[in-house]
Design a protein around this ligand. Sequence first.
Ligand SMILES: [Zn+2]
Length: 94
Amino acid sequence: MNKIDFLSSPPIGTVVALDGQEYEMISSAPHQRKDGTPTTLLTWATQCPDCGRPFQVTTGLVTKGLNRRCADHRQALKPVSGRRDLVRAKVIAR
Ligand SMILES: [Zn+2]
């Protein structure tokens, strides 16, 4: 599982794991999009894999991914674990 896709708001305390990083849903709140469509915002609590500092990310019910790191360590496209490095190594070897 590497994306969030809920039909409706999951219960508070729901934990999802993305590539081994756990996110706990701590709140959901009704939200109105710019076009006026009602939706729900979910707030997730997780820990930065670089420094261990807890931080929160907010998503809609459906999102492609979640920030893995706190604001200090956020780096676009940098993988957390070695898993994706292995995939990349295979591609290079070919
Ligand atoms: Zn950090």
